[in-house]
Design a protein around this ligand. Structure first.
Ligand SMILES: Cc1cc2nc3c(=O)[nH]c(=O)nc-3n(C[C@H](O)[C@H](O)[C@H](O)COP(=O)(O)OP(=O)(O)OC[C@H]3O[C@@H](n4cnc5c(N)ncnc54)[C@H](O)[C@@H]3O)c2cc1C
Length: 407
């Protein structure tokens, strides 16, 4: 009977195991995780769990008993450090384990700040439960916090810290927040929301140094010479796929472990899913690496299908969500390179959708508090519908009509 080893117990890794059992796989399944906790939901780390609104047990995917019932062996605190692809064996610090199929679900790691005092006690990153526990342990002494990076992590942490009563400053190196992922309109909207909540947003601000005493940062220095006193710093400046092991094992890596649409590497017994994978997506007709829960879940199903001999493949539309204050942002499709955009709804009321077009057709949408309409656009894009931007621009256009045929 086959043995599957999964490296990484995050969204992708755990769900490969769950899907394998759902697909009827009866062989051995071992998940190796270098974390000390059962597989858990990562999004709450910058939202409800950071705000202390939910208990740790609530963010676990499943209780301990589920893994036993499903005969899935979970190895906590077990870093995989070496892979021998010839004899099909992995090694942790203490043992070796044979596999028939190996799944990389190693995720990504925060990009680190390359500067002096980056090892200070009050400099945080946000990726794991332990990061949040560390932040919580110091919260009482944090009145002012500087967030380096105005991406999703920075903005969600800003929202949480405001609710926790801190004074928050966001430093963004680009001329606008969220520049890498969205349009100027949406960036401006989110900046105004954060500012209205009391966050100080400083764009075009490059950090030149962290000033510290006794390994504790007390001031962030900008290239402009400005100095911002602070009690703590959190850096959310992007993530890097965890590919070192795969590279050492001789697998093709290029901004992620390269796979085909079946999530297979060039070695048919080695697969990859989630943040660590750069996989071919047939809907987009390109290889892409995505950092999102929906991507990890959908690729986990594809990996399981490839192992049991079914025929799923990557064809899902990229999508993502972010919660800040009472705003639900949902994004679907790829808006990069868009050549026109139109806003449906009411920005003032914080209920709108930005539609992005490429060459006359809808390519992506960003939705704020418009979940129902968002789902219609997402469904249309997922099914490869060619929605003309001219139709969407018509003042009588209703997203509800996309599937009713009245447009
Ligand atoms: C704070 C935060 C908030 C987020 N919010 C959202 C959101 O709102 N919506 C959304 O769609 N996405 C969100 N994301 C992104 C989403 O969580 C990731 O895309 C998702 O976790 C990817 O799943 P994964 O299994 O590929 O990686 P991960 O969940 O990171 O799991 C990888 C696991 O592998 C382990 N590992 C790595 N190397 C080894 C090794 N050698 N041996 C053993 N174990 C190893 C890692 O420690 C980790 O536990 C958020 C991410 C973060 C950090």
């Amino acid at each position: 009977m086959s043995k599957v080893i999964i490296i990484g117990g995050g969204h992708a890794g755990a769900n490969v195991a769950f899907s394998l059992r759902k697909d009827g796989f009866e062989g051995e399944i071992d998940i190796f995780s270098n974390e000390d906790f059962l597989p858990y939901h990562r999004p709450p780390l910058s939202k409800e769990f950071l705000k202390k609104n939910i208990e740790i047990e609530k963010i676990f995917f499943k209780p301990d008993s589920f893994y036993r019932e499903q005969n899935i062996t979970f190895h906590p605190n077990a870093s995989v450090v070496y892979i021998d692809t010839t004899v099909k064996e992995i090694s942790t610090h203490s043992s070796n384990y044979a596999f028939d199929y190996l799944v990389f679900a190693t995720g990504s790691s925060p990009r680190l700040l390359p500067m002096t005092n980056a090892d200070a006690k009050n400099l945080f990153y946000l990726r794991k439960i332990t990061d949040v526990l560390e932040i919580h342990s110091q919260l009482d002494s944090v009145k002012d916090i500087v967030l380096i990076g105005g991406g999703y992590i920075g903005l969600e942490v800003a929202s949480a810290m405001i609710e926790l009563g801190a004074n928050v400053t966001i430093l963004e190196a680009e001329e606008r927040i969220l520049k890498r992922v969205t349009s100027p309109e949406l960036s401006a909207f989110y900046q105004s929301i954060h500012e209205a909540k009391g966050v100080k947003v400083i764009c075009n601000s490059r950090v030149s140094g962290l000033l510290a005493e006794n390994q504790t940062i007390n001031c962030v220095e900008l290239e402009s010479g400005e100095k911002i006193p602070t009690d703590a710093v959190l850096a959310g400046i992007g993530a890097i796929p965890n590919t070192r092991l795969a590279e050492d094992a001789g697998l093709d890596c290029n901004n992620g472990i390269v796979t085909d649409q079946y999530c297979r590497t060039a070695n048919p017994y080695i697969l990859a899913a989630g943040d660590c994978a750069n996989s071919f997506n047939t809907l987009l007709n390109q290889n892409i690496r995505l950092e999102s829960v929906p991507n990890a879940l959908s690729q986990a199903k594809v990996v399981a299908s490839s192992i049991v001999g079914n025929e799923l493949y990557n064809k899902d539309l990229p999508w993502f969500w972010s919660d800040q204050y009472d705003l639900k942002l949902q994004m679907a499709g790829l808006s990069n390179g868009y050549d026109e955009s139109i806003i449906l709804g009411d920005i003032e009321a914080a209920e709108f959708i930005v539609c992005y077009g490429k060459a006359g057709y809808l390519a992506a949408v960003d939705s704020v508090n418009q979940s129902k309409q968002f789902m219609l656009f997402k469904r249309a894009l997922s099914n490869g519908f060619k929605l003309e931007m001219s139709l969407i621009k018509n003042k009588d256009f209703q997203p509800e009509s996309i599937f009713s045929g009245s447009n």
